[in-house]
Design a protein around this ligand. Sequence first.
Ligand code: ADP
Length: 623
Amino acid sequence: MAKRQFKAESKRLIDLMINSIYSKKEVFLRELLSNASDAIDKIYYKALTDENIEFNKDDYYIKISVDKEKRLLKVADTGIGMTKEELDKNLGVIARSGSYSFKMENEIEEGHEIIGQFGIGFYSAFMVADEVTVISKAFGSEQSHRWKSKGADGYSIDEFDKQEVGTEVILKIKENTEEENYDEFLEEYHLRSIVKRYSDYIRYPIKMDITTKKLKEGSEDEFEDLVEEQILNSMVPIWRRNKNELKEEDYENFYAEKRYGYDKPIKYIHVSADGLVSYNAILYIPEKIPFDYYTKEYEKGLELYSNGVLIMNKCPDLLPDYFSFVKGMVDSEDLSLNISREMLQSNRQVKLIAKNIKNKIRSELLNLLKNDREKYEIFYKSFGRQLKFGIYNEFGLNREDLQDLLMFYSSIEKKMVTLDEYISRMKEDQKYIYYASGESIEKIDKLPQIELISDKGYEILYLTDDVDEFAIGIMMNYKEKEFKSVSDSNLELADKEEEDEEDKSSKDLFKFMKDTLGEKVVDVRLSKRLKTHPVCLSSEGAVSIEMEKVLNNMPTDQSIVAKKVLEINRNHDVYKALKEAYEKDKDKLKSYTNLLYNQALLIEGLSIEDPLEFSNEICKLMI
Ligand code: ADP
């Protein structure tokens, strides 16, 4: 029997995990019980839906047993079991993809509990055990196998004789150390309290032989051991329990037990609906972004139960994409056990439930925004981007559902504000909702374009996310107030001036400058927005300068260019210098024009075509 090696990265991960991931060692039991329960879910569903399998409810249970002398703790289940290949695949590789491990090390430094995302809950057994043995017989298989490992060294698999379908996980519990008491994981009362704490709601009985002392027959002072099999868990699933009986901690335990996430959820929502369709649901808004959330691999969905039997792990039809971060489950009596994936999509009940759930999530998020701003902002930091994608996708179909959940940084409040708050503060003469986009708040703060609007006392929303301008572009307005970019070439400030003498006299100068720049700009003109800066760029038409940056960062061939306008500040000495050069030295004017254009590009965070030439031109000015 050859010893197999764990994948290289797995070795380090085992060490890392054992030493730093789980805050409490006792959670290994929760992990093993969750696995056992999942395995029973699978076979239970099969038995209920396949006429050829005999069904007897009592056949499905988990049993914990202890052998104190040999320091063995066993968790046995009557679940679906694993074949040799499955033992190898499921328990042999921790992080199933190398890229996960990278992310994982980063997360560990931040001290997050994220193990479950990597499918390695099983390995937590090594926190308390020197050696782990898994004996398993898969449903529909004649053979059974034994997997054995002492941790990071590797593992072996051989044939083994197990009669019943199911899995036994046997831990050889570590010896006590000065810091750590491992003996307690062999104590019945302690194990029982761990089960109660973390796994009470598992829907199959978790049995254990409990030893009690009993007076010996016919004796008054002699006791004997009485061994009784007891069921440790209440088995009433949390979603069937009365909300009043449940504490926040219960919901948090359920979240962890179900491995919805390894953070602490920001909010839980417990729905018990009796109406056109009856169902119970427990939904969670996570705090942290799952590591694969903004990738294609991420699968949205809720667990779907039919009258207590799990029929689907991730039912995508229950959640709209823009709420894809929501975790949780739905149980309904009105669904058939045999419902297929295709049928679910068109199922009237599922549609109704999905609609209710969507509204519920929305209203709970609005509540959070109203009543616990701090928490809402934490949520928004993680998932606000998804809400904005939600507005942009499907041509703005869902904007009504989402727009009141949006927040942007405000130039005046210096914090995140909602659109409604912005509107309520708008000045009497203010026509638009102004926004400025850029990579960061600091960079936007420095944009010349925001000066005049700020001076007028108008609030500006700072858009720092790639998706922001696209979302706002789709919305066009909020409560009948139009959005306007501070870089829009046509700002229409309230006291817009008529074309004056200066405008007229600068015409030839600007025509010359425009000709110098050619296709790079659509126009050169006097600025109506600059106050202290000499120059800036604005844009005309649908594509803004920020959008140009975002679109050109995408992996497509076509390059999309904003129609740029070079704006010159009439009150700046640079303008005088331009006029003078126009009269006296056209070559100089050409050089100034290029310089100013390049400066404006840099201010916008765009790259300049020829940095060397730019540098040379500047040097020429000095010598
Ligand atoms: P996760 O459960 O998060 O995927 P684990 O490391 O706990 O990660 O388990 C890996 C896989 O091993 C599980 O997804 C499951 O397929 C299988 N497995 C673990 N324990 C059992 C069990 N008791 N019965 C059947 N399969 C199991």
